[in-house]
Write a protein that binds this ligand. Structure first.
Ligand code: ADP
Ligand code: MG
Length: 247
């Protein structure tokens, strides 16, 4: 069988905060089009992993490779330019702009030259935004001010903004924070619909949500790799039960 198309390789990464290792020789690989869930107890290093991949935090050891290129010393904007985009835990939509304009701004991040010539929104971009609005379930809300959206809708809009940047690798840190069961199910459907077009790392600790993603799971503990497998394998693992489920 052909070798998988490897997109991301986190290779033995250590992040040191004055002697405290938030990441401790951590490794993870991700194939193109794959969804990976990363779980672990509070303080396991999940957010630090995202910070390291996007270049906000620098490893003291190890490397991060994106499509085979070592990106661990590149400035943050260069890494973003290669096609890596992170959604933070709290939704960061622009409250006083419409839903559609939020997506337009995200889509324009690399198309500023177009606007600088006074052309307005490129036509292909307007079409793409319409597709994203459908995908995130906000087509009927396109002209509503983002600030008036319900919490769950803001999270979906921000996922849509990440998609609008056309990033290849999406990092979603706790996308279901503050959501009820129905919104959580909708979020899982949305993320699954993005796989293939994007590679996605999802951080969450809601096991019902993780189950609905039906993806491979990597478990972290104290900055280290603990185990990796299907949700069933994770649930059956004694080490996971000990450190994560508190049994
Ligand atoms: P998680 O997202 O899995 O809850 P984090 O990556 O946020 O974990 O944090 C991992 C550990 O690193 C925690 O113990 C946290 O307190 C510590 N940490 C995170 N950021 C910093 C920082 N800027 N300075 C010092 N310690 C930090
Ligand atoms: Mg975190």
């Amino acid at each position: 069988s052909p070798l998988p198309d490897r997109l991301l390789e986190v290779d033995g990464v250590t992040v040191d905060y004055d002697g405290f290792k938030a990441l401790d020789g951590f490794s993870l690989t991700l194939d193109a089009g794959e969804i990976r869930v990363v779980i672990g107890p509070n303080g396991a290093g999940k957010s630090t992993l995202c910070d390291t991949i996007i270049g906000r935090v620098r490893p003291s050891a190890g490397r991060v490779l994106f499509r085979g290129q070592d990106i661990s010393k590149l400035p943050e904007h260069r890494i973003a330019g290669l096609g890596i985009c992170r959604k933070f835990q709290a939704p960061g939509v622009l409250a006083s702009l419409s839903v559609a304009d939020n997506l337009g701004i995200a889509a324009a991040i690399d198309k500023r030259w177009w606007r600088s010539f006074g052309f307005g929104t490129p036509p292909a971009e307007a079409e793409r935004i319409a597709v994203i609005l459908e995908r995130i379930g906000l087509a009927g809300r396109r002209d509503v001010l983002a600030g008036t959206l319900a919490h769950g809708e803001k999270q979906w809009l921000e996922i849509g903004m990440v998609v609008a940047t056309e990033a290849e690798l999406l990092l979603l840190d706790e996308p279901t924070a503050g959501m009820g069961p129905a919104e959580t199910t909708r979020t899982a459907e949305l993320i699954r619909s993005l796989a293939g077009d994007h590679s996605i790392i999802v951080i969450d600790h809601d096991m019902a949500f993780v189950e609905q993603l039906a993806a491979r799971v990597t478990v972290m503990h104290q900055g280290q790799f603990l185990m990796q497998g299907s949700i069933a394998e994770v649930r059956a693992d004694a080490r996971v039960a000990e450190v994560y489920l508190g049994r």
